[in-house]
Design a protein around this ligand. Structure first.
Ligand code: HEC
Length: 113
């Protein structure tokens, strides 16, 4: 029992360490290498393929939901298993998506008024 608790504590410490170490630079590379850009655009801004709202930049999904979707989607997006997309890369991708500046308010652009 003690060993099991110790293992869980160690696993949590490891996970927390991995989350802290998330690198937006690696995330940008992983976003390209894993092909996310093909449907979500290079900045996660969405594209014609994902016009139904799959803008990923500054996603409001908590990481657990983000990862849950990527691992388990059975809808328009193919699922990415851990063997193909390691969790460390996914944490980096998540960090990268939070470095993308928010789009301008369309009302601040005179031509679009
Ligand atoms: C073949 C096209 C395609 C590729 C490649 C793709 N996605 Fe998607 N993704 C979609 C579509 C379409 C949706 C929205 C439709 C849906 O809900 O299934 C989506 C939705 C998502 C969502 C949910 C967004 C939300 O707010 O609900 C996340 C997170 C996501 N994608 C992450 C990724 C990541 C990370 C990668 C790369 C590892 C990736 N996607 C690669 C097509 C793709």
């Amino acid at each position: 029992m003690k060993i099991r608790v110790a293992l869980i504590v160690a696993a949590c410490a490891f996970a927390a360490g991995a989350a802290q170490a998330a690198s937006p630079e690696n995330g940008r590379k992983a976003f390209v290498a894993h092909g996310c850009w093909q449907c979500h655009g290079f900045e996660g801004q969405g594209s014609a393929v994902t016009s139904n709202g799959a803008v990923l930049s500054n996603t409001e999904l908590p990481f657990e939901a983000f990862e849950g979707f990527v691992r388990g989607t059975n809808r328009a997006m193919p699922p990415y298993r851990e063997a193909i997309l390691p969790s460390a890369d996914l944490a980096d991708i998540y960090a990268f998506l939070h470095t993308v500046p928010k789009p301008k308010d369309p009302n601040s652009i005179p031509l679009l008024k």
